[in-house]
Every structure is written in C-alpha cells, then in structure tokens.
Ligand binder design. Structure first.
Ligand SMILES: Cc1cc2nc3c(=O)[nH]c(=O)nc-3n(C[C@H](O)[C@H](O)[C@H](O)COP(=O)(O)O)c2cc1C
Length: 211
C-alpha cells in the first residue's frame, strides 16, 4: 500500500535528496572518490661500483630488501650507467662503494661529481628531499668502511637529500678479505635490512606529500 505524501513530508523528502546530492558532490570535489586510484610505485635506485663482485652482491641484497616492501620498485645500476632519468625519477637513491684508501672509490666520487657535470643538480637542488642511504665493502676491519659510508651520506646531505641508515649505524657494510672473505649471510641480511628501511621511509614520504 502506498501512502499519499503530505506536503510537509514531500518537502522533507526533497530536502533529504538535496542533502545527499550535496554530500556526494562535496565528496567528489574533495577527492574522496579517488581513493581507489592506483598510487604510483615508489622508485628506489641502487647504484654501485664493484670490480671483484663484493659490493655488487651487497647491492643485490639491498634490492631484495626494497622489493620486500609493497608499493615499491627497485632499479639496480652500476654508477657509470646511471642516466638523468634514472636519477631524477627515483624517490630514493642508495649508493654502494668498495673502500679505496679509506674512502669511496674514485668511480663513486665521479658519479657524485657528475650529478653536477652531467645532470646539473645545482643551483635548483634537483635531488632535494629524495631519500638517500649508503653501503660499503672493505677488505679489512676498521679500514675505512664507515668513512666511506659517511662521505657518501655527506654528498647526499650537500644535495639536501634526507639520509637514513639501516643494517648498521651509517648503512650496511661488509668485510671481504683476510679472516672474513667475501660476503657472509649476516652482511647480506644487513644489506637487505638497509633496502627495506629505505623503501619504508620513501613510502612514508610519498604518503605524507600526497596529502
Ligand atoms: C685501490 C684499492 C684500495 C683499497 N683500499 C682499501 C682500504 O683502504 N681499506 C679496506 O678495508 N679495503 C681496501 N681495499 C679492498 C676493497 O675495498 C675490497 O676488496 C672490496 O670488497 C672490493 O669491492 P668489490 O669486490 O666490489 O670490487 C682496496 C682495494 C683496492 C683495489
């Protein structure tokens, strides 16, 4: 049975319909209906130099760690092969170097110098607010791994990047000669942990900047 509507209840019904339509329009304009739109993947560039393969093994483990975080993708590149597109499209950059004379290798230093010579990062600070991190391998204990990581982080800080650690106080590192040849499982786990931390922070940063 359909009851006839009085004029006041008809007025209330029209009012409610109007309110629903208004809320729907406000919802659309505030972006709420876009919540299901796919969020772009967070990109992590892992750039390294390696002659005898140790730093490369650590780099691969960093990539593994990145991939363990949903919503991210990793790009593994030798420092000499990094393009402007690789660098500028990355949300985070993790750089790895062998220790050469207690510091980063010349090839890694050249990579950073090329941020200006090839890619012209200054004076706009084109790397500003990207996440940065470091890893290193060195033949001997206490022979430059921490200095190497810190000088990598210093180059990033000079570019106004946001540096993070993981796997160790300044990043992940491995001793590769003498009593501790090659890369062991603990060192690989540290590198993976660094990749995971970088990816997690980069995801947080993306979420924060999309509001
Ligand atoms: C020119 C040169 C200098 C090096 N200087 C150091 C050093 O100062 N401290 C150290 O612990 N290892 C030093 N090493 C050893 C490398 O850092 C170590 O073998 C590293 O794991 C090599 O990395 P890769 O296998 O990725 O090339 C040096 C090696 C070379 C070739």
């Amino acid at each position: 049975m359909v009851l006839p509507l009085t004029s006041s209840s008809r007025f209330r019904l029209i009012g409610s319909l109007f309110l629903c339509a208004l809320l729907l329009i406000l919802g659309i304009s505030s972006g709420e209906t876009y919540a299901d739109e796919p969020v772009p993947l967070v990109k992590v560039l892992v750039a390294y130099h390696s002659l005898s393969g140790n730093t490369e093994r650590m780099a691969e483990a960093v990539v593994e760690g990145v991939k363990s975080v949903p919503g991210t993708e990793a790009l593994l590149r030798r420092v000499g092969k990094v393009t402007a597109e690789d660098l500028f499209s990355a949300d985070a950059v993790v750089v790895g170097s062998p220790v050469y004379w207690s510091n980063m290798s010349g090839e890694v230093k050249t990579f950073f110098d090329n941020w200006q010579f090839k890619f012209g990062v200054f004076p706009e600070f084109k790397m500003k607010n990207k996440i940065g991190a470091a890893f290193a391998t060195g033949g001997q204990v206490s022979s430059g791994k921490e200095v190497t990581m810190l000088t990598i982080l210093a180059a990033m800080l000079g570019n106004q990047m946001i540096v993070v650690s993981g796997g160790g106080a300044f990043g992940a590192s491995a001793t590769t000669e003498g009593d501790s040849p090659g890369i062991d499982n603990k060192e690989l786990a540290d590198a993976k942990e660094l990749g995971r931390r970088v990816a997690e922070v980069a995801v947080l940063m993306q979420r924060g900047s999309s509001h």
